[in-house]
Design a protein around this ligand. Structure first.
Ligand SMILES: Cc1cc2nc3c(=O)[nH]c(=O)nc-3n(C[C@H](O)[C@H](O)[C@H](O)COP(=O)(O)OP(=O)(O)OC[C@H]3O[C@@H](n4cnc5c(N)ncnc54)[C@H](O)[C@@H]3O)c2cc1C
Length: 439
């Protein structure tokens, strides 16, 4: 991925702006067309707002990911009107296979009224292009090949009034102006950083690598999660996954959390190779069968960048650190937060007075906290606990021999409950409500 250093450009009310004539104006500027940006633009456009969606790459483009969607992700896709049938190229899965403490448990996705009973797998090259096209179909204006270089600020108030960006096919930078700006530019979120919003050290962060192998396991109908990784008889730090892509390959990867002592001191590529060395030969996870380079990226979890609204800028998806700390899932949360954001902005921009607009926008962080705050707070405790290898080993060993406990665990780890469901649902919901829940 190309690195860009954002520069803050000041366009004062009127005078400075004349020097840099806006090349594009809209009600809302959305920076980044991953799942968060495309969902945001889709719901904003549906609400009748004029949206400019700026994306530095051109679709189809790669995104380092496990390519797995839980039922939560499926629900978010359905919400955007995406056809999720197998005839449309989706690979369905029935649940999660958990491997740990020498045991193997298949846990079907729970039967709920709030979520479908299946998950999906799709390469991000396809998925992200599809979501961006849906946003366009809803009326958003997508500009591909535009790298946003920094915020444009109002001299007097310091509020963001737009962004500067460099189209790949133009000599000069251009200015894009909007009443509000959305940072949907992923984990590094250079736009947020340029506005002074950095990652929080007290919140979880993961790092993960993944690649693809030709494998007979490509049509696996379960997502597979490895709770302990072995190099011979040596326990490696971290957790792994194997997701069948349905196209002759499996997406294989592993990740580590910043609560682990090995975080920042691990050669992830070497660790992946060591782990795979111990796999049955017939699965085919060998160098000869590897079809892609091993690539890695960070997973910003549990609201690890706040505040989610600041001076005209709203943060969504990975930019706002919204990956689920329990299972590393980020696509569903990127799309859901995009919808929450869009609903807030649509109401805010309909208010007659500036102060009223501002009051509604200030409600966005609260809306996110209502949706995820308690659950993410629990997740932060979970991440601390599993950073201790002894505790993790104890928990894996004891829970893997108790299928009923694991059925509860899948609801907790994948955040899949009904509001008024069974005892397990009520326990997960109750714990989330009880957890201390700061914004
Ligand atoms: C190894 C790995 C495995 C994962 N596996 C899974 C999984 O199986 N399931 C799951 O749900 N989640 C998974 N995740 C998490 C998931 O990938 C992210 O949570 C998700 O992509 C977040 O979406 P987003 O739209 O917020 O950000 P992104 O998908 O990162 O999108 C950001 C977009 O902004 C664009 N952009 C960035 N900077 C600029 C700029 N300056 N100007 C213009 N455009 C810009 C980028 O090109 C990109 O298109 C995984 C993550 C990793 C690292």
């Amino acid at each position: 991925m190309t690195e860009h250093t954002p520069q803050v450009t000041r366009a004062s009310n009127g005078r400075g702006a004349a020097a840099r004539r806006p090349a594009g104006e809209a009600d809302v500027i959305v920076v980044g067309a991953g799942p968060a940006g495309s969902a945001t633009a889709f719901y904003l456009a549906q609400a009748g707002l004029d949206v400019l969606l700026l994306e530095k790459s051109r679709f189809p483009r790669e995104k380092v990911c496990g390519d797995g969607l839980t039922p939560r992700g499926v629900k978010a896709l359905v919400g955007m009107g995406i056809s999720v049938g197998e005839q449309d190229g989706w690979v369905r899965n029935k649940g999660l296979r958990v491997i740990g403490a020498g045991k193997r448990l298949e846990l079907p996705w729970p039967e709920l009224s709030s979520y479908p009973g299946y998950g999906l797998v799709r390469p991000r090259t396809d998925l992200d292009a599809m979501l961006a096209r849906r946003a366009q179909q809803a009326g958003a204006r997508l500009l591909e090949g535009v790298t946003v270089t920094g915020p444009v600020l109002d001299d007097r108030t310091g509020r963001i009034t737009g962004v500067t960006g460099k189209p790949a096919d133009a000599e000069d930078e251009r200015t894009y102006a909007g009443r509000v700006v959305v940072a949907a530019d992923g984990n590094s979120s250079r736009l947020s950083v340029a506005m002074g919003l950095r990652k929080r050290d007290d919140r979880p962060l993961g790092v993960a690598v993944r690649t693809y192998y030709q494998s007979p396991r490509h049509d696996d109908d379960y997502l597979e999660s490895w709770l302990d990784l072995w190099d011979g008889d040596r326990l490696l730090p971290g957790y792994g996954w194997i997701f069948g892509m349905g196209d002759g390959t499996s997406n294989v990867g592993l990740g580590l959390l910043n609560t682990s002592a090995a975080f920042g001191r691990t050669d992830y590529h070497a660790m992946l190779r060591k782990w795979l060395k111990g796999m049955p030969a017939e699965w085919g996870f060998t160098e000869a069968n590897r079809t892609q380079p091993i690539r890695g990226a960070a997973l910003p979890m549990g609201f690890n960048r706040t505040p989610h609204y600041f001076n005209g800028l709203l943060l969504v998806g990975d930019a706002g650190g919204m990956v689920n700390p329990f299972n590393g899932e980020g696509i569903a949360y990127a799309m859901e937060s995009g919808e929450i954001l869009a609903r807030t902005v649509a109401q805010a921009l309909a208010r007659a007075r500036r102060a009223e607009t501002e009051r509604v926008l200030a409600g966005y962080p609260r809306a996110l906290t209502d949706a995820y705050g308690g659950y993410y707070a629990l997740g932060r405790v979970f991440v601390k606990a599993i950073g201790r290898p002894g505790l993790m080993r104890f928990a894996t060993k004891h829970s893997m021999s108790r299928p009923a406990l694991m059925r509860f665990a899948i609801k907790l780890l994948a955040n899949l409950t009904d509001p008024r469901g069974d005892a397990a649902d009520r326990l997960v919901n109750g714990l989330s409500r009880l957890a201390p829940n700061p914004e």
